[in-house]
Design a protein around this ligand. Structure first.
Ligand code: HPA
Length: 256
C-alpha cells in the first residue's frame, strides 16, 4: 500500500486490558485495526474508537475471549503493535493479588516498582530491533503518566499511589510460602503480566504505566481458603466503575 493511502491509525492513548477487561464496551464507533508485526504471523487486532472525544486504541492482552494465558501472551507483538498507533501514553490494566492490608480486594493501586520473577518469556527487542541495549528501568512505570493518574484521581478511586508489583510466571497461582517470600522481598501486589510488558514498552520509548485491580488476597494472606475465579471476577467487576471514572478524568486532562 502506498503510504499516502495508509489509514490514519494514530491514537492518543492505548489501553491494554487484562483479566475482566477483554472488551471495552464504552468505546464508541469502535472498529478493529489489524497491525502486522515482526513477532507473529497473525496480526495484533486492536479496537480503535472514541471515548470522551479522544481517539483510543484498546488491546486485550489475553485475547477477546481470555484464551491466552499470561505465560503465552505475545508481549512483543502487543507492545510493538501498540507503538504503531503512536500513543502519547499506554495504560495497562492488570488484575493482581494483594499482600498489603491497605490494598484490599476491589481496590485500585498504581504500582511504582516491579520485581520480575518470570522466566522463559520473550522479554526484549534487543537483537531484533534497533533499540538501546540497556534501557534504564529504575522507574519501570513512566513517572509522568503516573502523575497524571494521581492528579486524575479526583474521586479517590486509588487505594495507593505506590506499590511493588511482583510478577510471577503463572498461570497457576502461588503457594503460601511463595507469597511469604514475595512479602519479605517487599512486594505489595502479585500478578503475572506487568513483565515483560513494562520493559518492552520502555525499549520502544512508550510512556507506559499500570493500574492494578486487586482481584483477591494473595495465597495464604488472611486465611487458607483457596482463591476462586468467582471472587476474582466479582472484585474486578466491583472496581470497574471507579476505574472508568479515573480513566474519564485522565482523558479529560489530555491536551487538545
Ligand atoms: N497471583 C498472581 N496473579 C494474580 C493473582 C494472584 O493472586 N490474582 C490475580 N492475578
Amino acid at each position: 500500500m502506498n503510504p499516502a493511502q495508509k489509514p490514519n491509525r494514530a491514537c492518543e492513548l492505548v489501553l491494554i486490558g487484562g483479566t475482566g477487561w477483554e472488551q471495552w464496551a464504552a468505546l464508541e464507533r469502535a472498529a478493529p485495526v489489524e497491525v502486522d508485526t515482526p513477532f507473529d504471523e497473525a496480526p495484533v487486532v486492536l479496537e480503535c474508537g472514541r471515548y470522551r472525544r479522544r481517539r483510543i486504541g484498546f488491546l486485550s492482552r489475553h485475547g477477546c475471549d481470555h484464551a491466552v494465558a499470561p505465560h503465552r501472551v505475545n508481549y512483543r507483538a502487543n507492545v510493538w503493535a501498540a507503538a504503531q498507533l503512536e500513543p502519547s501514553m499506554v495504560l495497562a490494566i492488570n488484575a493482581v493479588g494483594s499482600l498489603n492490608p491497605a490494598m484490599p480486594p476491589a481496590a485500585l493501586v498504581l504500582p511504582d516498582q516491579i520485581i520480575d520473577y518470570t522466566w522463559g518469556r520473550e522479554h526484549s527487542f534487543v537483537g531484533d530491533l534497533e533499540v538501546p541495549m540497556h534501557v534504564d528501568l529504575t522507574q519501570p512505570f513512566d513517572p509522568g503518566v503516573r502523575e497524571r493518574l494521581v492528579a486524575g484521581d479526583r474521586n479517590g478511586a486509588l487505594a495507593a499511589g505506590r506499590a511493588v508489583y511482583g510478577v510471577t510466571q503463572g498461570p497457576r497461582l502461588e503457594t503460601r510460602a511463595e507469597i511469604t517470600r514475595l512479602r519479605k522481598d517487599g512486594c505489595d501486589l502479585v500478578g503475572m503480566t506487568a513483565m515483560p510488558e513494562a520493559a518492552l514498552a520502555r525499549e520502544l520509548g512508550l510512556a507506559y504505566a499500570s493500574i492494578c485491580v486487586v482481584a483477591n488476597w494473595a495465597a495464604g494472606i488472611g486465611d487458607e481458603e483457596p482463591i476462586t475465579m468467582d471472587e476474582v471476577t466479582a472484585n474486578v467487576e466491583a472496581a470497574r466503575a471507579p476505574l472508568l471514572g479515573l480513566l474519564d478524568n485522565v482523558l479529560a486532562s489530555l491536551t487538545d
